[in-house]
Ligand binder design. Sequence first.
Ligand code: C2E
Ligand code: CA
Ligand code: CA
Length: 687
Amino acid sequence: MAPAETLLVIDDDPTLRLLVSSGLKKRGYHVVQAAGVEHALALMVQHSPALVLVDVNMPERNGFEFVQAVRNGETGSRNRDKPLLMLTGSDDVASIDQAFSSGATDFITKPINLALLAERVKYALRGAAREQALRETQIEQASACRLAHLGFWQWDEQSDTLSWSEGATEVLRCETLPESGQALLSLVGQTDRLRLEAALVSAQRSGEGINLEVTLTLGNEERILRLQSAAKTEEHKLIGAFQDVTALRAFEDKALYLAEHDELTDLPKRRLFLNLLNERLSSAKQQVWSVSVIDVNRLHRINDAMGIQAGDQLLVMFAQCLKQSVPDALVCRLEADTFAVAMPHLDERDAPVFCRDKFLPLAGTYCLKGEEIFVDFTAGVSLFPSNGHSGDELLRSALLAQRFCRQQGGNQTLLLYESAHAFENVDALSLENDLRKALDNNEFFLVYQPQQSLVSRRYVGVEALLRWRHPTRGVISPADFIPLLEESGLIIDVGDWVAKEASRQLAQWKQQGIQVVMGINISARQFEVAGLAEHIARHAASYGHKPQEFELEITESTAMRNPQATLAILHKLKGMGFRLAIDDFGTGHSSYEYLLRFPLDTLKIDRSFIVEIAQSRQNRAIVRSLTALSQGLGLKTIAEGVEDQRQLDYLDALDVDEVQGFLLARPMEPAACQAFLQQQLVSVTAS
Ligand code: C2E
Ligand code: CA
Ligand code: CA
């Protein structure tokens, strides 16, 4: 059973006091009594009764004074809201009025009807309990609002009055709050003001709610307020909530910053870097960008020898130097000892030079704990748009280039990713590992594409084209692995094998009465190794061929890479008797004047000009001038990639010497090619 509630009965009339008290006691209450106001006030403090019955008329101080004293808090705040019931005369209307105005909860008229009194007491207690509960929830709500920095506002659109919930100033930690919409707008910054104004106007017009965040200056502080309102229910009134999200946003900003930046170097991390890069790329369609990955070599050795802290310090120094050398670039820390840099350039040729100039000086000695530490790195560079269109692609290309650079070892510091298409959809690294074994495993083979003379209509040559039969992936196109061979340097051995194998094949065909010129593709890397000419010559000789039976194809870009050195080798090959062709002619940006000083025999006009020859006047004009150029210099012209009769007719009319393409024959395996070439022998003999 709940403990009995204490009631206080105040009356100067002892009979009445006794009557009332005993009546209430019988109903289970605990009753204390006072004969006058002074005593009663003391008992209030002492017992803090749940309810008070107080007589209006008493000799010294009357009941009203008691009520006022309690309501004023003279007996403590806990008594302030207690139910106070006044005992008045039944016809004493003035007293009843006065009772309410002095703060009484209710009144009961004399003479007292005990049963009725008990009921009134019961209801008053119940009402008080409800009020108390309500007050408590209000207090809870207020403190919840304070904690959540939450409050309410109301805007009367017609009078432009803005009112705020109680405690709003406390929530916002300010003295006063704007009392009109205009006053509020004047506290908000320019851009937010426009948004807020627009939101209020549209709320007025459409009756929809608002939901926005604005920064306003309150006192000396900027605070970010989230303002929300439900749709307008009452005419001309908007009622809503506000929340002070300043701290939240600051925290979020901080968290975001930390999430996006590397703690050690304060540089952006990968995600932020990519976001920023993609943003720039999408607004820089016409520009060239480079993305470089720079990987510090052997950092773990420094960590082991001098401690992780020293390693960290070194990274910080390196990052600072990097940032200083390219102050306008986007720089990020990709991984522990890997950085990425993105920057715009004037053109594709300028980019690699610029990167080299900026990065190479970063290798050198750094002073760490009084010791001179030598730091070097390997870097890979990819270019936008050639090597990728998104930040992801470019970064991946640059990473691959960097890894190849590392694998190649030697003193190579920076490698360009030149042939992005080669790595698409394949794990270039695992492919490269496979490539290393391919030669030993006899996975390479050659196919041959015949070349027809337009004068004699005879097939006078073949081009040897490399294929790789990968153990699990099947036959892979050279476009996908030749760049890998080149970047890894494996092309040198493979190229040597090609020359040998083509020589062997040619010997076999010659035994069958087939006489053709053997076209062999030579890559730029092969020109960098000493003895190229001697190697090829040895293979040719070992099968009893004359060098004249070979046509070595080099691309324009190979020729122009190191023109002086190339020229020397070409002269040597030419001197031995080899035929020399420029492949993919017309695609480079080289100076023809320069190019044509090479000791050439043949120009192979690139497929891209042939493709549209029937459609595009421009391409016809180019082919015509290339052919004229070639003829003027006494060179043979071969058109590559002839796919239909119209192209062939046109090339014929232009006096192109030879044609090669799917229309005539696809590249074929040796047996098929042999059959194809023998067929011609038969028809020639027959005719
Ligand atoms: P390339 O030297 O320009 O070789 C011609 C390419 O065009 C070949 O592609 C050939 O199959 C293709 N082709 C020929 N006729 C047509 C045609 O009518 N239409 C079309 N669409 N294509 C035609 P393939 O065999 O895939 O070789 C691609 C490139 O790989 C070669 O281009 C060459 O640069 C390189 N390559 C191939 N074999 C070797 C090699 O032994 N050594 C070196 N260094 N590079 C090689
Ligand atoms: Ca070729
Ligand atoms: Ca070609």
